[in-house]
Write a protein that binds this ligand. Structure first.
Ligand code: PAF
Length: 283
């Protein structure tokens, strides 16, 4: 497994790689790798001849009051995970490598970034799309793999790739969950047992929404009411949003049809949890 830290070495590697003609798959990450990341890497391994993982905690996508400083970092464990998963190349740029002193260009996907997470984290997606554009330009992968856990992020990145004519296919991979349904996330590192217990209600609420749709409910307001009831917001749990949206545009729906995504975000004791389920509404 090769480890590269500079953009210059990455470019040299990429130029030499061209004649090999095997497709490159990129799994962009911020490290603290868990079973969710492993599943992305395994999917890339099955799809592509060469697998690249990037590890970079991107300051641009954290708000000023967010957890950039305490975001979990464990490079030796991440490298062990990449070795176990047979990754070909790990790109671990330093902060000043991706953002030198005179860095001044950002990339923004306007409409899709505005709603939901964008409302609560106004600079977040611009940070994501800027770093992902840089990574896609450097690695020039045929495929890039992202987890459904961050569903809006996937939609925003798909739009970015389409709008900027990038030659990469974006693949959405299923959310990996614990046996009780709790979605894996690097941030779970600093979630207490009792917060986790309470936050499990988010998955249960989304599942109740999905079951209501399967049972024939087609009014979004009723499905949303159903989900809110399961969440049972009160002291200690705040709902940021809970909505039935069009799976492509992320616009809220009133009548449910086609492919719908149930999006939810809650806060428990200062920790935010997001989750979602995709539901194909029967005709
Ligand atoms: O999903 C993540 O871990 C990050 O947002 C990403 C896509 C690696 C960009 O920093």
């Amino acid at each position: 497994m090769r480890i590269i830290q500079t953009t210059q070495s990455l470019r040299t590697w990429r130029r030499r790689h061209d004649p090999l003609r095997t497709s490159i798959g990129l799994v962009p990450t911020m490290g603290a790798l868990h079973a969710g990341h492993r599943s992305l890497i395994q999917r890339a391994r099955r799809t592509c001849g060469t697998v690249v993982v990037s590890i970079f905690v991107n300051p641009l996508q954290f708000g000023p009051a967010e957890d950039y400083r305490r975001y979990p970092r464990d490079l030796s464990q991440d490298l062990a995970c990449c070795r176990e998963e047979n990754v070909d190349l790990v790109f671990i740029p330093k902060l000043e490598t991706l953002y030198p002193q005179d860095f001044q260009t950002t990339v923004a996907v306007r409409t899709l970034s505005r709603r939901w997470e964008g409302e609560y984290r106004p600079t977040h997606f611009e940070g994501v799309t800027t770093v992902v554009t840089k990574l896609l330009n450097l690695v020039r992968p045929a495929h890039a793999f992202f987890g459904q856990k961050d569903y809006q992020q996937c939609c925003v990145i798909r739009q970015l790739v389409q709008d900027l004519d990038l030659d990469t296919r974006v693949t959405l991979c299923p959310t990996i969950r614990d046996a009780d349904g709790f979605a894996l996330s690097s941030r779970n590192h600093y979630v207490t047992k009792s917060q986790r217990q309470r936050a499990l209600a988010l998955y249960q609420a989304l599942s109740a929404g999905k079951a209501a749709i399967a049972g024939g409910m087609r009014r979004a307001d009723l499905v949303e009411k159903n989900m809110a009831k399961v969440l049972n917001a009160g002291p200690g749990l705040t709902i940021d949003y809970l909505a039935c949206c069009d799976a492509r545009t992320l616009e809220p729906l009133s009548r449910l049809r086609g492919t719908v995504v149930l999006l939810g975000a809650i806060r428990i004791g200062g920790v935010r949890f997001i989750d979602n389920l995709i539901v194909r509404v029967p005709q």
